[in-house]
Design a protein around this ligand. Sequence first.
Ligand SMILES: Cc1cc2nc3c(=O)[nH]c(=O)nc-3n(C[C@H](O)[C@H](O)[C@H](O)COP(=O)(O)O)c2cc1C
Length: 167
Amino acid sequence: MRALVVYETIWGNTGELARAIADGLRSSEGVDTVDVVEAASAPGAIDPEVDLVVVGGPTHAFSMTTAKTRESARQQGATVIPARGIREWLDALAAPSSPVAVATFDTRTVKPRLPGSAAKKALKVLVSKGFRPVDHAVTFGVHGYSGPVADGELTRAHEWGATLIDA
Ligand SMILES: Cc1cc2nc3c(=O)[nH]c(=O)nc-3n(C[C@H](O)[C@H](O)[C@H](O)COP(=O)(O)O)c2cc1C
């Protein structure tokens, strides 16, 4: 079994969670390889040997980031802005030749609790391309805009990763 985790991060929180999810996947029996890659350098088509794709990114303005919201993050002090987010990667992603399993996650600020989810939007795009969802979109909390990840969320991410193979 082979899995690919594709993530986007501005302040590093979603990246930290992506690695926790990947570690959870690696702890599952029957998982041989888990690759973790940023959306900016992720492949344009999923390797046919990949059985599960996990996609995650920060929620910006109730959805996936855009060039405009990433620029807004830069104006708010972020120093590392990815050239491409999951939205642009998904737009360009080739439809899989068979329905590859997929799961999505996002990060959101814990206070105030706002509606909208990057993971829900990403899942919609993936399903429309022919991927097969194995779970509903999952959200992890971060403090403020820059983090850190909220208490207990890295453990929850690890646990979620470990359940995905059975799903
Ligand atoms: C321009 C902008 C818009 C945002 N919009 C939302 C939002 O609609 N809902 C929310 O919960 N958090 C929002 N946030 C907070 C981000 O979700 C938070 O910065 C992100 O989860 C941190 O993840 P990262 O460290 O991986 O970048 C926004 C942040 C920025 C910079």
